[in-house]
Design a protein around this ligand. Structure first.
Ligand code: NAD
Length: 368
């Protein structure tokens, strides 16, 4: 029997509660599909700061690197909120592990569960059939380029004025664009076969390079995939206007950061959104939401985003697409039956169908 090693990073707040449900579902999938999952838990975020003084202990990175995949819940909380730059912060754990594992692709699926379509602020006919994957480059561009802030003395500024000046640098290398383009085309082949490449090629030199490389990769190896170029400002409008037309959207770091949050809002349900970060080795899977300290420890958090991150793990790390489809079908079934955690319940939810974290996990397992 194949056995996969999973590094579990529960983190803070609702993290331990929701990750337990992810494990429950993985175990059920393993039993059904004849695969074993072994778990090793490690510290990250606020709890790691409390126990070791740093948000990402070296041992955690070692455990993550040795695993076949990493399942993360969330980090952060009031206790560790600080503006003191000398104090460690939980988010340093997230940035550190992404860097440590060389994760350069972030995948954010945006799908509508029919039973929750009323949660969107868009009209039902606009969101009908929405099923897209945002593929964001994660380690290049403006967030990692050289930056500086300085003070121009009188007469030193471009126009002779004095005052503060700052710059950030947007830089991309050919190999960075090529590898993310390949990821996007590969994913499109497993979906509806269409890639929308987002840039600002009418203004930015990096975008012109982006467009050239994406087309070169496409023409050489992925001519069977449909490719369209779309300017980022137009894309921001079309995501709201005709979201169901998008399949795979690939873009650079900052455009992807903004567009993936915009696209996430199409669903209207934060507790339902998962994400995957991929590199060339171990990948990391997590919900898109935070550690929800306001409801931590109450057993009411929605575990479905965490369970959907398990679905992505099965699909992208273990090539178990049938098992991944099973998980998605099980969630759809549970929602269609009217079961809801507090965050996705509404006036139509029958009181006896309002459930807590563990019960929602049990229902998904039963449905599997
Ligand atoms: P949040 O996503 O934690 O919570 C926003 C709101 O959504 C809260 O009302 C919360 O109760 C609710 N919510 C979130 N997930 C839920 C779930 N699964 N079920 C039910 N309700 C849910 O965002 P925030 O309040 O801005 O941040 C809280 C902490 O989380 C902060 O310390 C922040 O830095 C951290 N954070 C971590 C990550 C991460 O680990 N990837 C991401 C975002 C924020």
């Amino acid at each position: 029997m194949t056995t996969y090693k999973i590094c579990l990073l529960p983190g803070d707040g609702i993290g331990p509660e929701i990750i337990a449900e992810g494990v429950k579902v993985l175990d059920a999938v393993g039993a059904k599909h004849g695969v074993g999952f072994e778990y090793e838990e490690a510290l990250i975020g606020g709890i790691a700061i409390d126990e070791t003084g740093t948000a990402l202990p070296e041992q955690t990175l070692d455990v993550a690197k040795a695993a076949d995949a990493v399942l993360l819940a969330a980090v952060g909380g009031y206790k560790w909120d600080t503006t003191d730059p000398t104090k460690p912060r939980p988010e340093q754990g997230l940035l550190g592990i992404r860097k440590g594992l060389g994760l350069y692709t972030n995948l954010r699926p945006v799908q509508i569960f029919g039973a929750l379509s009323q949660a969107s602020t868009l009209k039902p006919e606009v969101i009908d059939g929405v099923d897209m994957m945002i593929v964001r480059e994660l380690t290049g561009g403006l967030y990692f380029g050289a930056r500086e802030r300085f003070y121009d003395e009188a007469g030193a500024g471009v126009d002779g004025a004095c005052g503060q000046r700052a710059y950030d640098t947007l830089e991309y290398r050919e190999y960075e664009i090529e590898r993310i383009a390949r990821q996007a085309f590969e994913i499109a082949r497993k979906r509806r076969g269409k890639v929308s490449s987002v840039d600002k090629a009418n203004v930015l030199e990096t975008s012109r390079l982006w467009r050239e490389i994406v087309h070169a990769v496409h023409d050489a190896d992925y001519a069977d995939v449909e490719l369209e170029d779309i300017l980022v400002d137009n894309c921001a409008m079309q995501l709201i206007n005709r979201p169901a037309d998008f399949d795979v959207v690939v873009t650079e770091n900052m455009f992807g950061d903004i567009l993936s949050d915009e696209a996430a809002q199409i669903t209207g349900s934060l507790g339902m959104l998962a994400s995957a970060s991929l590199g060339d080795a171990t990948a990391l899977y997590e919900p898109s939401h935070g550690s929800a300290p306001d409801i931590a420890g109450k057993g009411v958090a929605n575990p479905l985003a965490q369970i959907l991150s398990v679905e992505m793990m099965l699909r992208y790390s273990f090539d178990m697409s049938q098992a991944a489809d099973d998980v998605r079908r099980a969630i759809t079934h549970v929602l269609d039956e009217g079961w809801r955690t507090g965050d996705i319940a509404d006036a139509c939810t029958a009181p006896e169908r309002k459930v807590g974290t563990a019960m929602m996990g049990d229902l998904v397992v039963r449905s599997l």
